[in-house]
Design a protein around this ligand. Sequence first.
Ligand code: FAD
Length: 421
Amino acid sequence: MSAASAARRTNPGLDIVVLEATAHVAYGLCGLPYYLSGVVGSADDLFAYPMERFTQDRRIDVRTAAVATELDSTERRVAFRQSGRTHRLSYSSVVVTAGAAPIPLVVPAVAADRTFTVRTLNEAIALRRLLDAGMVRSALVVGAGYIGLEMAEALAARGCSVTVVERLGQVLPNLDPEPAAVVEEHVRQRVDLRLGADATSADLPGFDLAVVSVGVRPVATLAGDAGAETGPAGALVVDAGMRTSLPGVWAAGDCVAPLHRVTGQPAYVPLGTTANKTGRVAGTVAAGGSARFDGIVGTAVVKVFDLEVARTGLTLAEGRAAGLPALATDVVHRSRAKYYPGGSALHVRLVHGRAGRLLGAQMVGGEGAALRIDVLATALHAGMTVSELASLDLAYAPPYSPVYDPILFAAEAAVRQMGPA
Ligand SMILES: Cc1cc2nc3c(=O)[nH]c(=O)nc-3n(C[C@H](O)[C@H](O)[C@H](O)COP(=O)(O)OP(=O)(O)OC[C@H]3O[C@@H](n4cnc5c(N)ncnc54)[C@H](O)[C@@H]3O)c2cc1C
């Protein structure tokens, strides 16, 4: 809907059709855990706009329960199924925004109709009905990535006894093991966490419900089968105008791998903020306007019970996998002045090159990580070194930070670790 709305702003005279497989458009998928926990009272609150905003105000022809099945980029035609029939639409430009699909997993400990992936609003509504009816006393969460941990928190908030099973030896695989260990300890105090365990094992006891969150794959087949180039994780490769390799075909959101500014290579990091921005660029350019998406640095933040967990750029493991001579500097600093009540410890890891180029950062703490990470994302966009970071004029007042902000403290430690130039 970002792409369609941008196309309308660019060209008021266009015919714009949106095909959507489900019954709903433009709702906050990211809000589903909070709808399930009850923090968000009603599913209606998740919608960005009422449907009429798109259909009447923006004159977008939105067709729901319409599944695109084939893209013919030579004839510039899309086939789709709706109400049991196949239809065809001709286009001059098409934007593919089919998103990502959860990786399925059969969990023997739970009945199939009680196993959810929490990827659509309909699924979340069905799950919330079970919770509201008091039918879920025990819940199994498979996967300790950010969605799994958000779901563990939501289910625990609803009074369920929660078990989280993760195949790897750490929570949050998109963090390095050291910051992840801080999160692990916090999670262990709140739910039954089993690392290095397999949810497909027959040894697990029964649960009233399972949430499977073991990752997603880009839905790239529509354009991929038509011959569009794919890259990391099988996502569509796009240029800065969100053009695929096929003429007249643009793509955006969770089905694309945009440029990662730190590695200079395409990367698959499916997140809502990128989906919105790339959708807007794709819609603008596809409608004849000009816009650019200059890439991502992999910034993400998640609330895990009472912790703020944030990352940007590359982890140490990712830096080394990319062939960069990466180092890590770890500090623990206060989020507020020592004497000011209410602060907490903030763990900061900076990842940097041997000559000081900032490559990434991770932060975990009771407060202060969520917004501070954006300073580091900005530094990555600017291509700063850790010594440039150490000289930033960051704000200070006792209720908000110590006199040396944790970012400055970490940057100075990194400079010291590298030694004299
Ligand atoms: C529980 C949860 C929490 C999240 N939290 C965050 C967060 O806190 N921060 C963040 O940045 N991101 C978060 N995300 C990720 C974010 O929601 C996604 O990155 C974003 O929704 C991607 O948008 P999209 O439009 O590319 O894909 P989607 O939102 O998946 O939309 C794709 C749409 O295409 C439709 N479709 C697919 N195939 C077809 C077809 N053949 N024909 C017609 N329609 C089709 C689908 O039905 C779907 O409606 C979260 C995701 C989940 C599931």
